[in-house]
Design a protein around this ligand. Structure first.
Ligand code: 3HC
Length: 691
């Protein structure tokens, strides 16, 4: 018999019934799913023909969690913890049959079942902290009861997913299926009939001493850089060793509900949906992407190699070309080395390493690129060099091939104009390391065809990257904002702050690293070369801070030379009196009396600079929506996701407030100070970023 016309179906075969959840796209536990699941469990309990049950899901995945879209609304009964308790309390064994991803509430359902079996490709996780939450349906209490405190602390506070093999090792699951998941789950359920039921909530957790517990929580908080949820989740997990399930769950629920209404959770939910929304560009509905399988990469330096790896990892046929044998073999060595390291650390199997290496071919000269569907250049950042290359490619590539440039600053309109097919030219701006960083700026010129933009978005999906489509301007979205942010950081130096003070203020804002530490890591020489190139065109009225130039003149290019904004001894970053002296001299040259600048002022000024530039970017229609800016800053530049990105945060803080602060500090009219014109215009239009 099959019952239930909602998203949960009960097939009451004897002796093992099947409870199937079918709520596309990801079987989230909406109110209808919770009600259906509860009714099904009650029927299993009531029906004497049924002696055990299997919970499985239709479609692409097991339950991927609570329905995030319901979080803004008042909770409706039945609540997930009650449904899950009913599963655990069942007097008949219930087995979870997991495929796809069992996340959040889905993982919590599985934890409360009496046994768990999963397909080898399945994964498990409690990613609630990534939404600014703690698990809210027993996850923090049941997980330690299955896997122990150490593993549970890691999983609940990081939100990381584990694959079936690791889940089995951790004892999170009991079996991995080798043939047919549902059939094997049914067999497991049959085996459990008549045996004492093993309820997760009744298991005992070995505690850890309070000193190491506090140390662990402190470490988790430090790593969370201002995000509240990871520390709270860890504290809750620790309770599992001391409190009975019911009490622990009551504490968990209280925290869950409090965090659900928090600013941080609202920001992280915004981040979650914004990362998906960027892939849906207004005006591109129904535009078919071009088929791409054969990809050419011109340039085998750091960027080109990273891009080649990203494409090979995603199953493309890749050809890397260089101008000389020497450069080509250096590139090949770089790529091979990356794969060897992944293999040595266990992240890649020998078979996968072989496949990836096989997928990449190498050649000298561009002539071998004639069969490619897409060619990406990652050569020296110089307009003439790139234009010459595109002119050459234009004569070689077949019609319809997409020509992409990985430039980070140059005018792609001018690069496109060097070809006879500007509609096929687009910017694909990867971030370094290109095989790791998630962000991809897709830059359309005035001439780029819609289906080329659509292809960029489709490629991003295959590469598992987060794409943001923008138009041409100096530095596009991210680097354009970054240069304002850096500029402001340097103004702060001249006015009284020191590099480590600026870095510390921004690290406590939530950035993984402050701008000067980042610059030392990336190397100061590249930006120096660019500044020298742009110097002839610089507006003489612009307030130009030359401290970085002086560091470079002294050969201080950052970590790689042992000194930059800091000095490095044994790899450790240390404040350098030489830099302090240079900074003080710079203030003197500018005629500024140095003053103490608070961390709060540093944070606020950097935020103003970022938001101001973002307003201009929106005004100029470089991107279509504010969320595009947020996604760039969170995924490419370390803007803390728990703040939701600069524009989401600006709305919350209030644009008028940000502007008032800037006015108070006279940022609007001080000599050479940045004029906050973007902000001023936006405030005058009284438009919010988000409705
Ligand atoms: N609630 C509502 N919608 C969800 C959702 C959820 N939990 N998870 C995914 N979706 C939606 C997405 O918004 C997207 O919708 P769209 O097509 O309209 O944009 C669609 O499902 C498909 O999602 P993806 O594009 O992300 O598909 P992928 O295949 O790339 O990834 C996934 C699937 C791994 C499940 C990924 O969507 C994911 O990580 N989802 C979030 C999982 C999560 O955070 N769960 C915890 C929720 S909180 C919770 O459970 C609280 C509990 O403790 C009480």
């Amino acid at each position: 018999m099959t019952a239930g016309d909602g998203p949960v179906r009960l097939t009451s075969t004897s002796p093992v019934a099947l409870i199937e959840i079918d709520n596309p796209p990801v079987n989230a536990t909406s109110q209808a799913v919770r009600a259906g699941l509860l009714a099904a469990i009650q029927e299993v309990e009531r029906n004497p023909q049924i002696e055990a049950a299997v919970i499985a899901c239709a479609g692409r995945t097991f339950v991927a969690g609570a329905d995030i879209r319901e979080f803004g609304q008042p909770p409706r009964e039945p609540h997930l913890p009650d449904v899950i308790d009913a599963i655990e309390d069942s007097s008949k064994p219930v087995v979870a049959a997991v495929h796809g991803t069992a996340l959040g509430g889905g993982c919590e359902i599985a934890l409360a079942c009496h046994a768990r079996i999963a397909e080898p490709s399945a994964s498990f996780g409690l990613p609630e902290v990534k939404l600014g939450l703690v698990p809210g349906a027993g996850g923090t209490q049941r997980l330690p009861r299955l896997v122990g405190l150490e593993a549970a602390l890691d999983l609940v506070s990081s939100g990381r997913m584990v694959k079936a093999a690791e889940a089995l090792r951790l004892r999170l699951i009991d079996r991995i299926s080798s043939r047919d998941l549902r059939q094997e789950a049914t067999e497991l359920a049959r085996e459990l009939i008549g045996k004492p039921i093993r309820r997760t909530g009744e298991q005992v957790v070995a505690g850890i001493d309070s000193q190491s517990a506090s140390a662990k929580v402190a470490e988790i908080r430090r790593k969370a850089r201002g995000a509240e949820a990871p520390g709270r989740a860890a504290e809750l997990a620790l309770l599992a060793a001391d409190l009975p399930l019911k009490e622990g769950m009551a504490r968990e629920r209280e925290t869950f509900l409090a965090l659900r209404g928090s600013e941080q959770s609202a920001a992280l939910r915004h981040a979650f949906f914004a990362e998906r929304e960027v892939t849906r560009l207004p005006g591109l509905d129904g535009v078919e992407p071009r088929p791409v399988q054969k990809v050419g990469i011109v340039g085998a330096g750091t960027m080109g190699s990273g891009i080649a790896i990203a494409f090979a990892d995603a199953g493309f046929d890749v050809k890397v070309v260089e101008t000389s044998e020497q450069a080509l073999s250096a590139g090949e060595a770089r790529i091979t080395d990356t794969y060897e390291k992944q293999f040595a650390s266990g992240r890649l199997s020998a078979a996968a390493r072989g496949e990836r290496l096989q997928a990449i071919g190498y050649a000298v000269g561009t002539s071998s690129l004639s069969d490619r569907d897409l060619v990406i250049e990652a050569v020296f950042e110089d307009l003439d060099v790139k234009r010459a290359l595109f002119r050459d490619l234009d004569t070689i590539l077949k019609p319809g091939t997409i020509l992409a440039t990985n430039t980070s600053y140059l005018d792609i309109n001018l690069i496109a104009a060097a070809t006879s097919r500007p509609a096929d030219v687009v910017g694909l701006h990867f971030f370094s390391p290109a095989n790791v960083m998630k962000l991809l700026e897709i830059v359309r010129t005035d001439a780029t065809a819609d289906d080329v933009v659509a292809t960029g978005l489709a490629l991003a999906k295959r590469l598992r990257k987060i794409p943001v489509v923008c138009r041409v301007c100096d530095g596009f979205v991210g680097n354009r904002i970054l240069s304002r942010y850096r500029q402001q950081a340097e103004y702060l130096l001249e006015e009284g702050a020191l590099p480590h003070e600026v870095d510390a203020a921004l690290e406590s804002f939530g950035f993984p690293m402050g701008p000067f530490a980042v610059s030392d890591l990336a190397g100061l020489d590249i930006a120096w070369a660019r500044r020298k190139r742009l110097a002839p065109n610089r507006d003489p009225r612009e307030r130009y801070v030359d401290i970085a130039d002086r560091l470079c003149e002294a050969g201080r290019f950052g970590r790689k030379t042992g000194a930059g904004w800091y000095r490095y001894e044994g790899g450790k970053r240390e404040i350098d009196p030489v830099v302090t002296a240079l900074v003080e001299e710079a203030s003197q040259r500018r005629g500024l009396t140095r003053r103490t600048i608070s961390a709060e002022e540093i944070q606020s000024r950097i935020r103003t600079a970022i938001v101001n530039e973002a307003c201009k970017i929106l005004d100029e229609r470089i991107v279509e929506r504010p969320l595009d800016v947020d996604v760039v800053m969170m995924n490419g530049y370390g803007y803390p996701a728990w703040r939701g990105g600069p524009l989401f945060e600006a709305d919350r803080v209030g644009l008028q407030f940000i502007l008032d602060q800037a006015k108070e500090r006279a940022e609007l009219d001080g000599p050479g100070w940045e004029v906050a014109e973007g902000l001023v215009r936006r405030v005058a239009s009284a438009e919010k970023f988000y409705p």
